[in-house]
Structures are given as structure tokens and as C-alpha cells.
Write a protein that binds this ligand. Structure first.
Ligand code: G4P
Length: 534
């Protein structure tokens, strides 16, 4: 089979062996279970059950609070590194809850591929579809794992059709399931001509694998009852006729997704999927930047911040910025230039996230994620280089869909509140707007749960009770244009103007009609619902 690592001989071997990816799925499809099995087979944990507590799908508000207390865990779960065969996998966690979609979108800027997990009984669900669209925008290669095949699931062709139709991507079967539900025996590995049998007795044991000479191999009949074997042969023949063959290039371009059928909880199909990630997902890709793209094999080190987590230890107000290395070979203690402020930064205590523990990163290569503890200098979207003024582009910030005004319970504490809110804004947890008229702040989020989480965090971390109330505005749009034009617009629309946490001008309103009118009457400016993070 084609091995993508051999596609780019110019890459140093340490970079060529890296696979940096995220898992996208609808809550409950089995992302946590699959992650756990990855770590188990990657040797990063000794037994299953260590990651379970981190499942994000069923988190209630109180779980969130607990998570905040337990920041260490959620941070180490943000990026996990482990070896699998000759590969080094970097699995970047995407928050499962739909309320945190913005964070998720940004996470997807830091990976080179995605694994899409779907539930065999439910097919493509809403959250999967949304996340898929983001991957599509970035032409990310996608590998699909159809999970829970040990339960009653849909017909295999039906599942494949649904993916092809709903997501407009071609699907090629990497394996074909044998039997369904209680009769699920395993799968026929269509890439390697192997029979994989599921072991129901031991959930952490890898399936037995039997090498075959194709579907006519007599060994098959020793393990698969005649009736099921006949169906398997028929279906595989039909699949080979009707569905596109595996084409590594089409996978890399994001036009074709290979699908494996398995059961994460029974460790079934997981190793084959991991082999697939190694062989079919790309090595670290170039990073889009201005004024030029960054190639991973460049000798000089560069990287960008895609996530910031603050107050991991409330006593120290420290933060960790997650940096995706775009190029080079990083070594601990290196001095890098913080491009936004043009200041040098010595990276003396970077952390690498090895599954359950944080470890000091002595070295890292393009494709890796390192955590940099800092006191607020590093923001989402920042680029670090060895001196060149280069800026990574394409890290989006979305207009919040929900706005509320925020006041401190104690009016004397307004300054404290401003500090707390700014900190969360930098973390990317919320947008904070200061209206040109009036007092107080307007906080914008993408999902309603975030108000609650924010309120609790401000109280917990800053000892500051706050109130969120309905705001007079419901929409926010960034105003772009020549400085003179923007200034003129601001003066004429003071009641609607606010500044965001970066000082950029925002137009706020209740009515879509207002937005349409502004667009019509002011051709010299544009209103946008996203802005790139600075
Ligand atoms: P998520 O992170 O995508 O939200 O999903 P998670 O792994 O937490 O899995 C959701 C539920 O599905 C869990 O059950 C999990 O045990 C189950 N599950 C995962 N993979 C499989 C599989 O291959 N087959 C079957 N039958 N079930 C699977 P739960 O009852 O919600 O939690 P728990 O009691 O098992 O912890």
C-alpha cells in the first residue's frame, strides 16, 4: 500500500513520521473510548479506564466546574503524543460540546487530518456534519471510523451512501463488516486481505488477524459460517464494483474518505485505523502565512498559538499557550521572536503532552504541539519565529451568536471585572465589547452554556460575583475600511459602536435590517462576522 511518508523525501525523518490529527464526532459516538484505545495501543496508558472520566459529551454544568478545578487533566487531554510503530501521533483534542465550536474550529487549524467517528446505528449526526464542513474548508484529509458495530447498526451500504450524500465526499471501504449486532464477527480487511475477528471476551485485546489470499481463501470458511460468508462475498464484490477504490492522493486532497468498521469498546478495528492514519494521513503540511508560506522542513523554527488556557493554577495565574510547530527542530531554551510585539522570548520550560502526564519538552519537531507557560504575552493567533516577520493566517474568530451585558455584583469592582473579562477574551473563551456609550461590558459567546461557565470561573478564579443580563444588542459585526472612513462611520453611529478586546471597531444592533441598511448606505466600509485573530 502507498505510504504517504515516502511522498516527500525532502522532509527530515523525524518530521516525516509525525501525524497530527483531531477526532471529530457527535457527542456519544465514541470519541473518548476511541481516544483511550489509541493511547492504550500507543503505549501511553497501561490500562483502559484512565481517560473515561474525561468524556466531554455528558458533561453537565457541575462537571465543567469540576473540570475547571481539575485543569491539569483537561490540559493534558488537549494534545496527546504517543508512538505507534514507526509513527509519532499527535492527537489534538476537540471539545465535544457544541457550545465550544469556536474553540473546535481553531483546533482544526492545528492539525493535518481528522478522524471522523460515527455511530453505526445513527449515521451522520448534526455535530459531525458541522465539524466536517470546517474540515472541508481546509481540505483536511478525513478518515472515517464507523463505531459500535457490536450493536444493531444500519446496513453497510446505507451508511456509506449517507456519508456520500450528506457530506458530498466519496467513500471507499477499508474494511467490510461481517454480521451485525449480536452476530457481529469482525471484518474483512479490504486493504490487506485479512480476516479480523473480534474478541468479545477481552475488551482490551486486539482482534485475531488471519492473513488470507483473497475472499476465496478456504481459511475463511473455518471462521465464518457459510451463510455469512456468502453474504460477505456478495457485498464485497458489489462494493468493489460500485464504490471507488482506495486512492491515497484523493484521500490527501480530501475528496475520498476510507471507512473502517469497528467497535472501539471492544478494541476492534482500532489498530487497523491507526495503521491507516500512519499510512494515509499526511505528514506535517505547510502552514499558510503572510508574506509567505512556511514549509515544515525549513531549518528555522516557527509556530503559532491556536489555543490558550488560563488559570490552570489559580494561585499563580499562569497560562499555557498551545503552539503548533510549523517548521524546524525546536530545542528547549531556544529564543524565539514573538512576531506581534517583536520581542524575544526564551522558551525555557515548554511542555509536551504525553497522554496522562505533562513532561518537559527537551525537543520537538514540526507537527508537534508544545505548551508554553506564560503570563499573558501569548495570544491565540500569535506567531513565533527565529526572527523573521512572518504571520500565520487563517485562524478564525467568529462573531458571537449570543450577547449579554455583564456587571460586577459590587459596582466598585468594575476594574477587576474588566481584567477578568479581558483574560477570558484572550483565552478565546468569549468576546468582550466595551460600548462607546454607557458603562459595563457586553460579552459575546457562541453557545449559551458559556455564560454559565464564565460566570462561575470569574467567581472562582477572581472571587468576583457577576450578573449576566439581556443586552440591548443581539448582533455584532466587525467594521473594516480605510481609517478615515471607519472614523466617520463611528462618529455617525456612536450609539451602535463598541470596541472589542483588541480595540477593533464593532457595529452592534438588534436588527438584521440595520446591518443591511449599513451595508447598503456605506459602500466604503464592510461589516464582517469573522475576523482573523491577531
Ligand atoms: P463520546 O466521547 O464521543 O461522547 O463517546 P464515549 O466514548 O463516551 O462513548 C459513548 C457511549 O458509547 C459510552 O457508553 C461508551 O461506553 C459507548 N461505546 C463506545 N464505543 C462503543 C462500542 O464500540 N460499542 C458499544 N456498544 N458501545 C460503545 P455509556 O453507557 O454512555 O458510558 P459508560 O457507562 O460505558 O461509561
Amino acid at each position: 500500500m502507498l505510504d504517504t511518508a515516502s511522498n516527500r523525501p525532502e522532509l527530515p525523518p523525524e518530521i516525516a513520521r509525525r501525524r497530527t490529527f483531531a477526532i471529530i464526532s457527535h457527542p456519544d459516538a465514541g470519541k473518548t473510548t476511541l481516544t483511550e484505545k489509541f493511547l492504550l495501543f500507543g503505549g501511553a496508558i497501561q490500562m483502559a479506564g484512565q481517560v473515561r472520566a474525561k468524556g466531554e459529551a455528558r458533561r453537565t454544568r457541575s462537571d465543567f466546574m469540576q473540570m475547571e478545578k481539575d485543569r491539569g487533566i483537561s490540559v493534558s487531554a488537549s494534545a496527546m503524543s504517543f508512538d505507534f510503530g514507526k509513527y509519532r501521533f499527535n492527537l489534538v483534542d476537540t471539545p465535544g460540546h457544541s457550545d465550544f465550536s469556536e474553540d473546535t474550529y481553531r483546533t482544526l487549524t492545528a492539525v493535518d487530518a481528522a478522524v471522523m467517528v460515527i455511530d453505526g446505528a445513527k449515521g451522520v449526526e448534526s455535530q459531525t456534519q458541522k465539524l466536517f464542513e470546517v474540515c472541508r474548508l481546509r481540505d483536511l484529509p478525513i478518515l472515517t471510523f464507523c463505531n459500535k458495530m457490536d450493536r444493531e447498526s444500519r446496513d453497510t451500504f446505507e451508511i456509506i451512501d449517507e456519508i456520500q450524500e450528506n457530506l458530498a465526499i466519496d467513500v471507499t471501504p477499508a474494511s467490510w463488516p461481517i454480521g451485525v449486532g449480536r452476530d457481529f464477527l469482525g471484518a474483512y480487511d479490504m486493504i490487506n486481505d485479512r480476516l479480523e475477528l473480534m474478541d468479545r471476551a477481552d475488551r482490551n485485546k486486539v482482534a485475531e488477524s488471519i492473513k488470507l489470499e483473497g475472499l476465496d481463501d478456504p481459511k475463511l470458511a473455518e471462521h465464518v459460517p457459510a451463510e455469512m460468508l456468502e453474504q460477505l462475498r456478495e457485498e464485497v464484490e458489489m462494493a468493489r464494483e460500485l464504490l471507488p477504490p482506495l486512492d491515497a492522493q484523493a484521500v490527501l486532497e480530501g475528496h475520498l474518505t476510507p471507512i473502517w468498521f469497528g467497535s472501539a469498546i471492544n478494541s476492534f478495528g482500532v489498530k487497523e485505523l491507526m495503521e491507516g492514519i500512519g499510512r494515509l494521513a499526511p505528514e506535517p503540511q505547510p502552514t499558510r502565512a503572510e508574506p509567505r508560506e512556511i514549509a515544515p522542513e525549513e531549518k528555522k523554527v516557527s509556530g503559532f498559538v491556536f489555543k490558550v488556557q488560563a488559570n490552570m493554577d489559580p494561585k499563580h495565574r499562569d497560562r499555557v499557550a498551545f503552539l503548533r510547530l510549523s517548521s524546524g527542530h525546536f530545542q528547549r531554551g531556544m529564543k524565539l521572536t514573538h512576531v506581534r510585539t517583536k520581542k524575544p522570548m526564551a522558551i525555557s520550560n515548554p511542555v509536551l503532552f504525553l497522554a496522562s502526564d505533562r513532561e518537559l519538552a527537551e525537543e520537538a519537531w514540526a507537527g508537534d504541539i508544545i505548551g508554553i507557560p506564560n503570563h499573558g504575552q501569548l495570544r491565540i493567533g500569535d506567531t513565533l519565529t527565529e526572527g523573521e516577520a512572518i504571520k500565520v493566517t487563517g485562524i478564525p474568530s467568529f462573531a458571537p451568536e449570543l450577547l449579554q451585558s455583564c456587571r460586577a455584583g459590587d459596582p466598585m469592582k468594575a476594574k477587576h471585572l474588566e481584567k477578568a473579562l479581558m483574560q477570558f477574551a484572550e483565552e478565546g473563551a468569549a468576546k468582550v465589547f466595551k460600548p462607546a456609550f454607557g458603562s459595563g461590558f457586553i460579552v459575546g459567546v457562541v453557545g449559551a452554556l458559556q455564560f454559565e461557565v464564565l460566570g462561575s470561573r470569574i467567581e472562582l478564579e477572581y472571587g468576583l460575583p457577576v450578573r449576566f443580563e439581556a443586552s440591548q444588542f443581539t448582533s455584532a459585526r466587525w467594521v473594516h475600511g480605510k481609517k478615515d472612513d471607519v472614523d466617520k462611520f463611528v462618529n455617525a453611529n456612536k450609539q451602535h459602536i463598541a470596541h472589542d478586546n483588541d480595540g477593533d471597531v464593532v457595529y452592534m444592533t438588534r436588527l438584521q435590517w440595520d446591518i443591511d441598511r449599513v451595508v447598503r448606505d456605506n459602500p466604503e466600509i464592510t461589516l464582517s462576522s469573522t475576523k482573523e485573530m491577531m
